[in-house]
Design a protein around this ligand. Sequence first.
Ligand code: AMP
Length: 285
Amino acid sequence: MWIAESIDGFRTQRRALSGTVGLVPTMGALHAGHLSLIATAAEACDHVVASLFVNPTQFGEGEDYTRYPRPEADDLAALRHAGVMGVFKPTVEAMYPPDTPICEVRVPALAEELEGRCRPGHFAGVCRVVAKLLNIAEADAAYFGRKDYQQWRIVEAMAADLCIATRIVGCPTVRDADGLALSSRNQYLDAPRRQRALGLSKALREAKMLIEQAGETDPQAVEHTMRQVMTAHRVVVDYAAVRHPTTLAQLDCIEPSLTGGVVALVAGSVDNVRLIDNDCMGVAS
Ligand code: AMP
C-alpha cells in the first residue's frame, strides 16, 4: 500500500494504476462503517484508494477539530488490512496552500437547512474539500455513507452540476447491534451517555413504525414523536425532520405517491457530543 502526502505524489501513483479506481474519502478514526465503504468499492472497482484528512474547513468555531481523534498508525493498518491500494494523506498546507484565492463551492438548495442550519459553513467546507479530492483522485466512483445523508445528497448534486465524471455512490449505514450508528465521535461517549445516544436510532425506529405500520401521513406528528423519544433519552434535539429523500424539501403530507418514500433525519447532543442519524422509510400501502 502506497501513501502519498502531496497532490503530485498521489497523482503519479494513481495514474500508474490500470483499471477502475474507487475513492473512499475519510477523516480517519476508522470503524466498520468506513470499512464497509471500502468493501463496496472493492467489489465494484479494480483498485481502492482512500483519503485520510481531517478537513479544517468543515469544522465551525468551538467544534472538535483540534480534539478530533487521529489514530494514524491504526488507520493505516486498517486500510492495509482492507486491501486498499493507496492512501492520500495530505497536510493542511498541501490542500489549502496559503495565499491562494479561495474558491467557494455551494449547493444552497440542499445545504441551508438541517445540518447546514446547525453548522453554518459546514457544507461549504465539505463541498470544497470533496471537489478537490474528486479532482485529485480522478476516480471512476467515490463512496459516501448515507449515515451523513444530507452530505451524500449534496455531494451527488455538486458532482452532477459541475460535470465531475466520478460516480457518487451512497452506501448503507453500519450500526452496532443495539442500533447506534457507528461514528468516529462515539468514542467520546462513556457507557451512560452511549445509552442516551440510542435515543436517535430509537426515534427513527418509532418514525418507521408510525409511517409504515400505523399509516401516519402527517410529517409533523412523526417529527413530534421523534423529538419526544430523543428528549426522553436526554438528547438535546437540534432537529427531527421528515423530508423528501432527494430534494430534502419539507412535506405537507407523507403521500403514497412519494414512491421513493421519505427520509427521517435526526440530530442532537448528548452533553457535548453531537450525533446525527437518519433512515429512509416507505409509505404504508
Ligand atoms: P468521516 O470519516 O466521518 O468523514 O466519514 C467518512 C465516510 O464514512 C463518509 O462518507 C461517512 O458518511 C461514512 N460513514 C461514517 N459513518 C458511517 C457508518 N456508520 N456507516 C456507513 N458509512 C459511514
